[in-house]
Design a protein around this ligand. Sequence first.
Ligand code: PBG
Length: 337
Amino acid sequence: MNFPPRIMPNTRMRRMRHDDFSRRMMRETILTANDFILPVFVHEKSGRTPVECMPGVERLSIDELLKVAEQALELGVPVLDLFGVPNPECKTADGRAAWDENGIIQRAIRALKSRFPELGVMADQALDPYTTHGQDGLPDANGYIQNDETIEAIIKQSLSHADAGADILSPSDMMDGRIGAVREALEENGFIHTRIMSYAAKYASAFYGPFRSAVGSAGNLGKGNKYTYQMDPANSNEALHEVALDIAEGADMVMIKPGMPYLDIIRRVKDEFAVPTYAYQVSGEYAMLQAAIQNGWLDADKVIIESLLAFKRAGADGILTYFALDAAQRLKQQSNV
Ligand code: PBG
């Protein structure tokens, strides 16, 4: 093994780390509230119900959602991302409640945009909360999720969200060609300002478990899986191919999901395409951190911000995180000391 020539003591890496002022001078990555997108679960019931396995996360009625939106605005978090929790009796094999103009998400979008027009409102497009089988799309007789038939449903859901006033659509179904199809439908219907953040590289991940309990699709999905449409966690080049397609089809922003176990993908995507790139710190990542925090095994005051900073260092322009309000509050306190 070759060692560099002896250069001590001229080079002392610790000099710059010696004081707070010089640590601040050389800090490369800065996290702010602008970097966060808060995912929220909106249910048909009144009040709030806790999400099991996600301490601190609750399903919200529209009234409660408005209170959370107000907090987000106060803390400078620019966007809320809405996920629907329909009543079980609204679920069907074709998931048609997803594009009901009086559906839970459509009403939530309208309520938010009329009360807080300056707040960015994003909504997820996929059928899983609305289907009796818990899949994101429409199965054929053999249970295979059909691509083109699903896209037709995603278009209807997208248009109903755009019509309700959503600023950003985020198709999460992973059908081939859906970004192009949704973009074309938006243009044809005059929604030229509606942004699309595509779930471009979305992996078939075990880290989504708590989310599926939150929206009530876990029991319906049962032993089913999403391997024929979500990506294999073993693959990296395939992510670049997916992202290239979504950009060509008209995505304004791309997302990599999950987050922390996929930082290598974020870096490759950012280096290759240099487009607005987002990471989703998903429900299972949140659950892991909270479980350790609650046991006293990790220090919340340090680990939450560190976990989010890592995404930016890896190249992300922003992060979807259930910690958004908590982290924004911590950043605000830090800047006040
Ligand atoms: C729906 C969807 C999922 C998530 C976001 N949108 C679940 C899934 O694909 O099974 C996961 C989010 C999270 O785990 O926090 N298609």
